[in-house]
Every structure is written in structure tokens, then in C-alpha cells.
Design a protein around this ligand. Structure first.
Ligand code: ZN
Ligand code: ZN
Length: 278
């Protein structure tokens, strides 16, 4: 069994075949997907929840959970109305996390001080609703600037809540992972773990304790080899788990079951492992 801990199921790129790709995910062994609710800004951050509800209790479709949050790219769209909406969404039972939130100094679509303010405000709202947070962090090219700021903010403002979270699409160094683990975070690896030039990501994946790891697709982005460059989808989380297994010298089945177990333990919900048929 596999769990895709991060996919943008509300992407318009799935408008034509969302149900078919969820069925393909099921066929690939995916039993749950965390549907990330950032939309293309606060106006559409409820769409992930709608998808979770639309596909609830359907046979041969993975269980879909939702998150909700304002991505650092759209931080400058965060106004009181957006924060109110965030707070409302976080009270829904299907919405198990706040995110993805954080800092992106690679694109700098929103000014950095505004990104930091939106990040902190969303942490306060998530803490009020007792939801863990999903972190997006991308530094400037050749720098660790966004990691330094993100980890400092997490250690100071989030660690004391004890709620923890997930560092999604991890691309940092072991020391960043270690500090996040100490603050109660899981480290989630994405399709870029399969890219030939991504040895530093594989090195980190070899070092993080196995009970601190999740796998994700970040679909529709970042499709793993051999589908690199194409539209990504949750079924391809299999390639991510297979690469993780290779890096750690364990079987793909063990990588799949342990990362699924980590998801269930951390979020306190998720599909149970299937017993073999008689
Ligand atoms: Zn992200
Ligand atoms: Zn994402």
C-alpha cells in the first residue's frame, strides 16, 4: 500500500480525467492521497476539500484527505477574508492539515516580508484548530536562505505547539532535515529524488530515519523518471517509493508500507493495511 502525501488534485490539468487517474492510482496500490488545497490563491483554496467529498467512499478510488492554505507565491493575496476562510476550512473533518505554507525565495512572487507575515499568521490559525502544517520551502539559487528563515520561524513559533508537520518535496541538506525532525516534522520526498543530478536529495533520503519519511508526487508537477517532463499523477508515487527503497537498500514493499504507516501514525487517520485474501 502506498500513500501520496501531496498532490494538487484540483489542478485544471485534471479537469478531463480526474476520476480515471484516481482509478489508475488505486491500481498502482495507492490507498490515500492528501489533496493540497492552495488552489491558485485564497479564492480557490476550498477546491481540494470539494474533491475529497466528491470521491468519498467510492470503490477502487483512494481515500482523499484535504489540506488548505495560502502558498507563499500568493502571500500578498492574504487578507482578513482569506484568513477567515482558512479558519473555517480547517474546522472540516476532511481537512487534516494547513498548507502548503512557507517561504519561496526562488521566485519571490510575493515580497519576503509579506511571505513571512502570511506564514506566521497561518501558523497561528492552524494552531488554534490543532492542525499540523505542510511546509513549502525553496531558497534562492545556490543559497540556503529560505531554509534558514523557515527553520528559525518553525523552531521559535511552531515547535512549542507540539503539532508538527511535513516538509514537502524536500530538497535541503541533512542538517535542515535534522532540525525539522527535532521540531516534530516528517520529511516528504518527491519525484525529483529520481532525477540524475539529485544526488544531494538521495543522500538526505538515505540519512533520515525511516520512521520520519513520507513519499509524495506533488502532481501535476515534477513527474519522476521515466515520466519526467510529462504531467505527473498519484500513481507515479510508486517510482518515488522505489527510488527511496533503492537508496536505503530495502524492498519497495517495505518502503511503501513504512511510509504509509508513518502517514497514519502522524495524522491519526488513513486506510488500514489490507490482509491477504483467503
Ligand atoms: Zn510546494
Ligand atoms: Zn505542492
Amino acid at each position: 500500500m502506498l500513500i501520496d502525501s501531496h498532490a494538487h488534485l484540483d489542478s485544471p490539468r485534471y479537469a478531463e480525467d480526474r476520476e480515471a487517474l484516481l482509478r489508475r492510482a488505486w491500481e498502482a496500490g495507492v490507498r490515500a492521497v492528501l489533496s493540497i488545497g492552495i488552489g491558485d490563491g485564497p479564492e480557490t483554496m476550498h477546491q481540494a476539500l470539494e474533491i475529497a467529498r466528491e470521491f468519498k467512499d467510492r470503490p477502487e478510488i483512494p481515500t482523499i484527505f484535504a489540506s488548505t492554505g495560502i502558498h507563499p507565491h500568493e502571500a500578498q493575496l492574504a487578507d482578513e477574508k482569506a484568513y477567515e476562510k482558512l479558519d473555517q476550512l480547517l474546522q472540516q473533518p476532511e481537512v487534516i492539515a494547513c498548507g502548503e505554507i512557507g517561504l519561496d525565495y526562488f521566485y519571490d512572487h510575493s515580497p519576503r516580508d509579506i511571505q513571512k507575515a502570511a506564514f506566521r499568521r497561518q501558523m497561528e490559525i492552524a494552531a488554534g484548530r490543532k492542525r499540523p502544517i505542510i511546509i513549502h520551502c525553496r531558497p534562492s539559487d545556490g543559497s540556503t536562505n529560505a531554509w534558514d528563515d523557515t527553520l528559525q520561524i518553525l523552531e521559535e513559533a511552531w515547535k512549542p505547539t507540539g503539532l508538527g508537520g511535513v516538509l514537502h518535496c524536500f530538497t535541503g541538506e541533512w542538517d535542515h532535515a535534522r532540525r525539522a525532525l527535532d521540531a516534530g516534522f516528517l520529511i516528504s520526498f518527491a519525484g525529483n529524488i529520481t532525477f540524475p543530478k539529485a544526488q544531494p536529495i538521495r543522500d538526505a533520503a538515505a540519512q533520515v530515519p525511516l520512521d520520519g519519511i513520507l513519499v509524495e508526487t506533488d502532481a501535476p508537477f515534477l513527474a519522476p523518471v521515466p515520466n519526467r517532463g510529462k504531467r505527473n499523477e498519484p500513481a507515479f508515487v510508486r517510482e518515488v517509493a522505489a527510488k527511496l527503497a533503492e537508496v536505503r537498500g530495502i524492498s519497495p514493499e517495505l518502503a511503501a508500507s513504512r511510509t504509509s504507516e508513518n502517514f497514519r501514525r502522524f495524522f491519526g487517520t488513513g486506510p488500514q493495511p489490507e490482509r491477504p485474501a483467503d
